[in-house]
Design a protein around this ligand. Structure first.
Ligand SMILES: [Zn+2]
Length: 118
């Protein structure tokens, strides 16, 4: 799902993406300059591999994400600490954002409940 940034205003644009057992839900809102705020949550379960026993298991996810999307290249002003993702062609690719967030979760150190309890 792509959202054209030009259509995003100060009024939050809600979105919801359901992919397998994951729901990615939140809103996009124009902030200032070329920046748009993305505030969303990712909930559901994701198949991951246990780093201890190498078994597949379903991990519950409940993550809040909050960052900015810039329409085009973003030049950070000296000490800005905000997270900015650059959008190409004036569109926010929400599937891509979801996929990269899930990759982060997968690349974390994950342990299944059996290994956690032993
Ligand atoms: Zn395990």
């Amino acid at each position: 799902m792509n959202i054209k940034l030009i259509k995003v205003s100060k009024t939050p644009s809600d979105f919801e993406i359901i992919s397998d057992k994951i729901t990615f839900k939140g809103f996009l809102q124009y902030d200032s300059d070329k920046l748009f705020r993305l505030d969303a949550e990712i909930k559901g379960s994701l198949p991951v591999i246990c780093d201890v026993c190498a078994e597949n298991y379903e991990m519950n996810i409940d993550e809040k994400i909050d960052f900015f999307i810039s329409d085009g290249l973003y030049k950070a002003s000296n000490e800005s600490l905000i997270d900015v993702v650059e959008a190409i062609d004036g569109e926010a690719d929400l599937d891509e954002i979801l996929a990269s967030e899930l990759e982060l979760v997968k690349s974390d150190y994950n342990t299944c409940s059996k290994c956690k309890n032993s």
